[in-house]
Write a protein that binds this ligand. Structure first.
Ligand code: B12
Length: 478
């Protein structure tokens, strides 16, 4: 059987420098399907696009493929639907299966464009779905034993190799665990993979590291959401990496708790961990509480300084716009990002990922004013913040980047150019935001402590960002 697995490209690629990192679902499942004897091609659209919407042309392999699978997050779901619809239009008999975080949270919506949807993990159900033994429209994937997950065969990734030379992928994709013991309200990981942290046998991880190293990779990225949730087991793996003595640096995501264990920090440094991506989110204690972060402001500050003092790089990730955030608290967080000495920083606007407690909460409160999934990426304001206008919040995000990256001329220049381009690409969004903020000012009321707009009903907002009505229609609900 011929199988195509597609990771659609995002509408605007703000992560262009990191886009060599493919989502691992298609690589794990594709390897499994290949091992079962199928011909598998994985298309990460940033590398090899599969659809030209201007000419309505599909990649030739999609004609040959018997089954087409999609892996998508909320931000890329619209393109997944567009490509799936084009496939169905041209080849009506072709089977389409969708999976990934967004279809898992919204399976009925995805079924309007696919024959089957996989909810949560795919490894134990994919073979039956692709080979046609399980034809249920919605298939719930059980939690897998991650030691059963095969070592990825990167050769199935189209565009990965060019004339036997590796191109585009700088970081070897690796994964040593699944799940997260924390329950941050905005994150879909605990819902997708569970609160029980599953860690891979360190020998299997080492086998994969060695394989990537032999393939020529000098850098790696562990896709774990919390690389060191179980300190003792992580230490076993780190000791093995140190013993292997490779010319190989790597990075991963961590919680601030990592720095409480000095031995662990020391091992990370010796194992050539380069950058720790830390979920700081805010230094407003109330905002941390809102988001159910299991960390205090003191822990954040201690953690960053300990890691930096150990010679590690810290990429701090911040979230602006929690319910307890005011302009002042956000300013404090922004000032802290720079004074903390963090090597790099990333700022997001709080946004509701379907499936998360935050999504259910703001939906029930009718605070979603943009339903268009393409804006669900953390760089757009889509829900009514409590203490600031949506437009001001958007401007705060831009200000945060400018402030943090003002240290070095090159960074300053890059952030200016970056946002200039962002604004051009987001003309429609900015126009809508201005219009919406104007209406909010005119009609907004405070009800039970929540800012609401008269007549705003989350479920009545269209899925496509509405055009801004002409001035005379300003009074009407969009
Ligand atoms: C690595 C990573 C990145 C990388 C690159 C990812 C990429 N190519 O898009 C970087 C750092 C660039 C990144 C950026 C962003 N990310 Co990110 N990222 C991840 C991370 C940590 C790992 C992804 C991964 O490979 N997981 C492991 C694989 C095995 O899981 P999986 O893809 O879900 O696949 C399993 C199932 O879903 C299912 N499945 C998947 N596809 C299919 C297909 C079929 C046919 C079947 C049957 C089954 C199936 O089976 C798979 C195996 O069990 C996840 C968190 C996580 N643990 O998943 C967040 C995550 C995917 N990111 C997320 C987000 C929101 C973003 C950003 C918008 C930034 C932000 N503000 O956080 C951007 C957008 C990037 C873009 N594409 O435009 C969210 C997405 C939630 C959502 N519903 O949209 C996640 C889930 C994190 C979270 N906080 O909730 N990200």
């Amino acid at each position: 059987m011929k199988i195509a697995l597609i990771e659609p490209k995002p509408p605007i690629n703000v992560y262009f420098f990191l886009t060599q990192l493919p989502l691992l679902g298609p690589l794990f499942l594709g390897t499994q399907l290949k091992n079962a004897g199928h011909e598998v091609k994985v298309f990460k659209e940033d590398m090899v696009p599969v659809y030209n919407e201007k000419t309505d042309e599909l990649h030739p392999y999609l004609k040959e493929a018997d089954v087409v699978g999609f892996t998508t997050i909320t931000h890329t779901i619209k393109r997944a639907y567009m490509i799936a619809d084009a496939i169905k239009r041209k080849y009506p008999g072709k089977k389409i299966i969708m999976g990934g975080p967004h279809p898992s949270a919204c399976p009925e919506e995805a079924l309007e464009h696919a024959d089957q949807v996989c909810v949560r993990e795919g490894e134990y159900v994919a073979l039956d779905m692709f080979e046609g033994r399980n034809n249920d429209p919605i298939v719930h994937g059980p939690r897998v034993d991650i030691n059963d997950v095969p070592i990825m065969d990167l050769n199935i990734l189209q565009g990965y190799k060019y004339r036997e030379k590796r191109v585009r992928m700088k970081y070897a994709p690796l994964m040593a665990s699944r799940g997260c013991p924390f329950g941050c309200t905005f994150c879909s990981v605990t819902w997708m993979f569970g609160g029980k942290y599953r860690i891979k046998d360190s020998d299997i991880v080492m086998e994969e590291v060695m394989m990537r190293y032999k393939e020529g990779f000098k850098k790696g990225f562990f896709y774990d959401d919390n690389f060191a949730a179980k300190h003792d087991e992580t230490k076993v793996l780190l000791e093995k990496i140190i013993r292997a003595d490779l010319d190989f640096t790597w990075s991963s995501q961590f919680s601030v708790h990592v720095a409480k264990d000095r031995e662990l920090v020391d091992l990370l440094k010796r194992a050539k961990c380069q950058t720790l991506f830390i979920g700081v989110e805010s230094i407003n204690p109330e905002a941390l509480k809102d988001m159910h972060k299991s960390q205090s402001v003191k822990m954040i500050k201690d953690s960053i300084s300990t890691l930096l003092a150990a010679g590690l790089r810290v990429h701090s990730m911040f979230i602006l716009g929690a319910d307890s955030d005011t302009e002042e608290t956000m300013e404090e967080t922004i000032r802290f990002s720079k004074s903390s000495g963090s090597t790099t920083a990333q700022f997001s606007i709080l946004f509701p990922i379907p499936g998360t407690p935050l999504y259910d909460e703001v939906k029930a409160q009718d605070r979603i004013y943009i339903n268009d999934w393409q804006y669900y990426d953390g760089s757009h304001s889509v829900i009514l913040p409590k203490n600031i206008s949506p437009l001001k919040l958007q401007q705060k995000l831009i200000h945060a980047y400018r402030h943090f990256y003002s240290r070095k001329t090159l960074h300053w220049l890059a952030s200016r150019v970056g946002f200039f381009i962002w604004k051009i690409l987001n003309k429609k969004y900015m126009k809508y935001l201005r219009y919406f903020s104007r209406r909010l000012k005119k009609e907004g009321i405070l009800k039970d402590g929540v800012l609401t707009l008269r007549g705003l009903r989350t479920d009545a907002i269209p899925r496509i960002l509405p055009e801004v009505p002409r001035r005379k229609m300003d009074g009407q609900t969009p």
